[in-house]
Design a protein around this ligand. Sequence first.
Ligand code: ZN
Length: 140
Amino acid sequence: MWIYVTGRTFLERLPHDGDLYRAIENAFTAADIKTGVFNAIGAVKRATISFYDQRDHCYVNRYVDQPAEILCCTGNISESDGKIFVHAHITLSLSDSTVIGGHLNEGTVIFAGELAGFEMIGKQARREFDNVTGLKLWRP
Ligand code: ZN
């Protein structure tokens, strides 16, 4: 466990037709925050999410080719290979009120969105490859 103090916080209106994953990355880059957490709500025109296959150690993409509400998009910011790394999950509500969700990828187009970001002051969170899971996890 690492203990942090909450630093700056920000709100950002996400750009219509922007890419949700990149918009989150851009907001934290612009604020020069390299360790943090966030949440976002809003709506998307379409989405690209994925599910991690724990046996085969690979992400399986799923495409949501319809408008959806962002019920919750949450995640964290750390560093991987010297760059800001966004790890985000998203829960979407479709027009029939069914829910789908997963790991957020590029290819999710914003209709409207509101992002709340929180800087965490303390040890720089960094990722490294983990042989057991096949994922880039936080370095102990
Ligand atoms: Zn994930």
